[in-house]
Write a new protein. Structure first.
Length: 150
């Protein structure tokens, strides 16, 4: 049986792997990949022995900052991030939610100060597995399916 790469190899850059298929384009949006001039490969509904189907995003010549990576965890916790140089994976990271999320999520409480004054939103992560957040200001709790990204 002939084996083929499902997505072309990357010389230098970042590969975001094991993305749930429903979250692939949310990750694209979160990282604002549409604004980059880098070569970007997006694969979705690819075969995965671990997940059944998965998504992958490869961004040539781009290495993401920690705060950018933390955004991914909101919509796709537990993805793998591979840092690639000269076609070799030099570092593997598992993406996990940070303890605090600032200026990424909008508070769902219309009376919250963040929706009425020019200030940054700030959430405490109270459950990293289920993705449950709590607003620092009004203490409203938000579940993963209720998250509205800024």
């Amino acid at each position: 049986m002939r084996k083929e790469l499902q997505v072309a190899a990357l010389e230098n850059g970042t590969a975001i792997d094991h993305i749930p298929t429903a979250a692939v384009f949310k990750v694209v949006s979160l990282l604002q990949l549409q604004k980059l001039n880098n070569r970007i490969t997006i694969g979705n509904n690819l075969k995965s022995s671990k997940m059944g189907a998965k998504g992958i995003i490869k961004v040539s010549d781009k290495y993401f900052r920690e705060d950018e990576i933390n955004r991914i965890a909101l919509v796709a916790p537990n993805v793998n991030l591979n840092i690639i140089k000269n076609f070799d994976i030099i570092e593997k990271k598992n993406v996990v939610l940070p303890d605090e999320i600032i200026e990424i999520v909008r508070c769902n409480n219309p009376k919250c100060i963040t929706n009425n004054e020019p200030m940054k939103t700030r959430f405490h992560v109270i459950d990293k597995e289920k993705v449950e957040l709590q607003c620092h200001y009004c203490e409203l709790k938000i579940r993963k399916e209720e998250v509205v990204l800024i």
